[in-house]
Design a protein around this ligand. Sequence first.
Ligand code: ADP
Ligand code: MG
Length: 692
Amino acid sequence: MRPQILFPLFAPSANLKGVGPRTAPLLEKLAGPLVRDVLFLGPQNLVHRPVVAANQARDGEIATLHVTIDAHLPPQRSNQPYRIRTFDGTAFLTLIWFKVQGDHLLRSHPVGAKRAVSGKVDHFGSELQMAHPDYLLPIERAGEIPTREAVYPATAGLPPRTVRKLALEALERAADLPEWQDPAFLARESFPGWREALARRHAPASDADLSPLAPHQRRLAYDELFAHQLAMAQRKAQRRSQPAEPIPASDLATRIEKHLPFALTGAQVRSLAEIRGDLQSGERMSRLLQGDVGAGKTVVAMLAMADAAAAGFQSALMAPTEILARQHFETIAAPLEAQGVRAVLLTGRDKGAVRADKLMALAGAEAMIAVGTHALFQDEVRFRRLALAVVDEQHRFGVSERQRLQEKGPATHLLAMSATPIPRTLELTVYGDLDVSRLDEKPPGRQPVATRAAPKGRMGEIVARLKQAVTTGAQAFWICPLVSESELSDLAAAEARAEDLRKHIGPSVGLVHGRLPPAEKDAVMAEFADGELKVLVATTVVEVGVNVPNATIMVIEHADRFGLAQLHQLRGRVGRGARESSCVLLYDPPLSKTAEARLDILRRTDDGFLIAEKDLELRGGGDPLGLKQSGFPAYRLADPVAHRDLIAIAADDARLVLARDPDLASPRGQAIRVLQALFDWRPGSGGVTEAG
Ligand code: ADP
Ligand code: MG
C-alpha cells in the first residue's frame, strides 16, 4: 500500500499546472507518467544571464538588458520577421520574431514602454539583435528573470524553461518526508535531508551544484541505490525462506570428475563447493556462476546436475542459441551417459517422433537432464521431478523466461551463468539478489592471445597473412561491427567484406549476421565449427560461448567502436586450443587518447574482470561495458560510476536493516517503507531474478 503522504507525487504528471492535452504526452515521454517522475528530472547545466548595457554586449552571449521600446517594424512581406527596435541609452537592440500573427506585440509593448528583455544577443552588421527573447517583461518585473537559470532536458514542443517550471511545481508538491537514513551516516557524509536535497537540485547556484559529487546529489543517489539494494535483499531473503529439495554431493559426480581428461581448476573446485553448499541447504539456490569465456563453467554445471541426478532429480540447462545448446550437449552427454545418466537435447528443430520420444523421456524421468534452447520452457515440455535450472548467458533471457523454466518444478534451484565481466564495484547493482561464484582462473595450458592494434590502412597486408595462415590449416573470425544507424548498410559492409575476402582467399569464407534466420545462422556456424569454412565473417552475432578450438585468428574491424568488455569477449573466441592465437584490432586513425588507452589495456591483459574495472576508470559516454545488455538497472538519480563508492555502503546498510528489522516495523523501518514506495522497484525492474 502506498503511504498517503506520497499521493501528490503519484498523481499523473498531466495534472501539473500548465500541462495541456498537447504537452501531456510530451511530458510523459520526457519524464514519465507521474509527478514523481518530473520531480526526479534534473538540470543539465546552468545559464548565466548577466545584466549588460547594449554597447557592452558580446556576440553569442546570453544577457539581460533594460530597454525602452523605440519603434515597431512589422514585416513588409510575408517571409520577413517582425522587429521591435529598442534603446537602452547606450545603443539600439532589435528584437526579432518570425511568424508573428496579429498585433499582440504592438498592444503588449507600446512605444515608450520600459522592458526587461533577456536572450541570446548577436551583432548583424552593426546592428545588435536578439531573436525570440527568452523573457520580455515590464521593467517592474525584471526580478523574475533569473541571473542563473538551470537548463532542463527538453523535447520538441516542450522547451527547457517549461520543463523547469514543471519541475519546480512538482517540487512544491513534494512533502517533507520522514528521514529514512541513519542520522549518523547523514552527518558523516554531510548529506542534507531529502526535501532539501531536491530543492538544491532544482535551484543550483553554481556549476558545482550540478556535479554528481555535490552532497545533495550524492544524498539523492544514495536513496535510490539503497532502495534498490533493499528490494534485492528482500527478494533474496524471500527466496531463501522457500524450502527446496536438499541435494547432497554424490559419488556419481565424483566418478564423472575422475574420468574427465583434466583436473578441475582451483576456482572450479571452489565454485562447485559453493554450489553444493546451496544445494544441500534445503533452501532454494539462486547463484550466479560468473566466469570469463573459456573458464570452464559448463563442467561445473554438469557436476551439479550429476548430483541432482544421483538424488533422483532432473535438471535443465538452457542456452540462448541452438549452436550453444548443441555444444553444451556435446560436452556433457558422453561423460554423463558413461555413468548411466541420460541427457537429451531439445531445440526448436526437433519434430515428430524424435521430439515425442524426448518429451516422453523427460516426463517419465528416464532422461534426467535436458539441454536446450527456448524450446525448453514450452508448455508441452514436462518434467517429472525438475529440481535444478541452469541458465547459460543468463542476461540473454528475460525474467519471465527464466521464471517459466523454474516453474516446471515445485521449488527449482537456479544456477545462472554469465561471461560478461562486471567490475566488482558494480556487481552488487546487477546481481545484488544472487549469490555469486567466480571462476577467476583459467584452465592451465591456455596460451595468451597475441593482441595488436593496426590502422585500417594495413588491411591488405593483414589479408595476405590471413590467406597464408588459412592455407596452413588455421581458421579465423573476422568481425564487422554495427556502426551506422542503419543495420542494412552495416550488413552491406559485412557482405562486401566477405565478398572481398572470397576474392583473395577463396570460397571457404562464410558470413553470419543478425538478419539471417536462426536455422541458417546455425548452419553456417556449424560449417565453421566443422572446419569446412576457414574464415567466418560476422557481425557481432558470434555467440559468446561458441567453441571452435581450431580458430586461432581474430580480426576485429573498427575495434575503436566496441566497448572493452565486448572486445574481450570477442577475443575469447580464439585461444581455446593448444595452438598460439592472435587478435588484430583494426582501427580508423587517428585514435583518440582514450581509445588508445583502451586498446592498450586489451593488449596487456586478458583478465576480464581487470579489463572491466579499467574500462570503468576510462569510461567516456555511452555504454562501453555493455551494461544495458547485462540487465543493468535504469537509475534516475544515481550514476553507477560517479556514485560507485556508495553502492557497497547501500548494500551493507540494506542487509543490516533487514537483519535488525525484517518487517520494517521500527520507526526507521516505517520511513524506509515510504522510500521504497517512492522508488517502487518492482520485481523484474532491476536485479536478475524474479520475486519468489
Ligand atoms: P565457458 O562456458 O566458461 O566459456 P567451457 O565450459 O565451454 O567454458 O569450457 C571451455 C573449454 O575448456 C572446454 O573445452 C572444456 O572442456 C575445457 N575445460 C574446462 N575445465 C577445464 C580444466 N579444468 N582443465 C582443462 N580444460 C578445461
Ligand atoms: Mg559457456
